[in-house]
Structures are given as structure tokens and as C-alpha cells.
Design a binder for this molecule. Sequence first.
Ligand code: G3P
Length: 256
Amino acid sequence: MSRKPLIAGNWKMNKNHLEAIKLVQELAFSFTDKDFDKVEVAVLPPFTDLRSVQTLVDGDKLRIEYGAQDLSAHDAGAYTGEISGAQLAKLGCAFVLAGHSERRQYHAEDDALVNAKVKAAYRHGITPILCVGEGLPIRQAGDQVPYTIAQVDGALAGVSAEQVKSIVIAYEPVWAIGTGEVATPEDAQEVCGAIRTRLAGLYDREVADAVRILYGGSVKSDNTAGIMAKPDVDGALVGGASLDPGEFVKICRFGE
Ligand code: G3P
């Protein structure tokens, strides 16, 4: 089963809409069609930048995809400050993050809410990038696999095999996010491999083999190749390094 690698840049709460245009233009200048034959590339800007990114991508027929960092579990109504999957779909978003550790940590998102958000994304034809991963105490106790698998189970409850085939799962150990402390390729493989085995158990082998599993946490151009060489790692979710166009392009070329 060949899975096309995906590198997604999570800009977090960085870049206004003018800066977003500049960054996407810089990426567009650097990428060639040859790059896109080998890798799928997506940017995940803040909500306020999405319209500008859409205009640029559509106008110049760029092969860079884009998506959002969060969505509401609801489709419309009195939910002040929320953004729905329907609104994101209308803006042409291909992807949306669900359950990023910063949402879990600062906005008390639990597995039930993440599950509702995954389902909301599917209702509107957007591919969820489900984020899972353990904090430092769990890693120190050696419980990273059962902890992460429980997050996967919770987020996928009631999600059909047909839907799950297209999901992207990002394994992002919290202790590696923004710390410069990247997981070793072996650490990444251990948990990504366990997630794939779990998918085979929850669904079947065909579904498990179809799902792209990314690693995220201090990914840089000089550590991408080692991580990407692992059999169950199909790409990366990149935070800080995705704000530097030169560095992000190098990551998308797996460090070459
Ligand atoms: O979603 C990406 C992420 O949380 C990793 O961030 O800055 O460690 O690459 P960073």
C-alpha cells in the first residue's frame, strides 16, 4: 500500500492575512511540480488568513493545500466565537486539525469533544487531522502507547471504516512540541506503528494501511529524513519551522 507523504504546516496563532499571503507566495516560488509528485503539502493558517490563502491558491492554481486549526462540533447557531465545518468547507479547506494538544491543554478539549469535531469535519467533507500524543509524565512512566491508543479510540468512536480511510492522524508527543526536543525516529515509529495496529484491530488491515500517520514535535529540516524513513510515519505536522519558508520547503523535501 503506498501512502503519499503529507507535510502540513501548523502556523498556530502567527501571521496576519498580509503576512500569510507573503509566506504562501514564497512557498509557491520555491516548490516545483516535481515536489508535488512526491509529497502533499498543506498550510494551516489562523482563521483570519484563510480567505486570503484561498484567493491566492485558487487564483494562481497552486498545488499547496490549506486547512484550519480547529472547528466547532456544531454546524451553525448560537455559538459565539466558533467557526463551523460548513464555513471552512465554503472556504475550500481540505483539512482541519482536531484535538491539537494546545486545544486539549488550554481549552479543556476531551476525547468526547474531539470525537464530535472529527464527525463535524466529515459532515462537511473536510479531512480531519486528528492529533494525539502523551505528555512528559506519561512518557517517563513508559505509558505512551496505551495513552495514545486510548485517545485514538475515543476520537474515532462511531466513525465508519469508509470515513477513517481518509483520516490523517498526527502523533505529537507533547514534550516534543516547541521544545526543540524531537522524538527519535524509533520513538516516533513505536507509537505510529502501534496506532496503525490499533486501526487494523478497530477496522481492518485495508483501512489501517490507507491511513496516513504523521509525526509532529520540533520537526526541522535536519531531522526529517530520519523520521520519514520509518515505515509507519507518512509525513509531518510542523509548527515553528513552518513559519520559515526556506526551512519548510526543505522539510517538504525531507531535508534534501
Ligand atoms: O502541530 C505542530 C506542533 O504542535 C509541533 O510544533 O513547533 O514543535 O514543530 P513544533
